[in-house]
Design a binder for this molecule. Structure first.
Ligand code: ZN
Length: 64
């Protein structure tokens, strides 16, 4: 049985997930840096903070 509160909660959850998805899109773990393609050890998307920063800046510029 669902009422308006349940629907609102589901709606809220969808919006939160969408907002998070835009800010931090889930990239696949390839074992390589997504920016410079260097080999990455462990569950990381980038080899260092600089690559993460450059990647995000590039992506932000590409959206405009
Ligand atoms: Zn890198």
């Amino acid at each position: 049985m669902s009422d308006i509160a349940d629907v609102a909660a589901i709606e809220h959850d969808i919006h939160i997930k969408a907002a998070l998805g835009i800010r931090q899109p889930s990239l696949p773990f390839t074992g390589f840096c997504h920016y410079c393609l260097a080999k990455v050890i462990g569950q990381s998307h980038f080899c260092d903070a600089d690559c993460r920063h450059d990647y995000e800046r590039l992506k932000a510029n590409g959206r405009k």
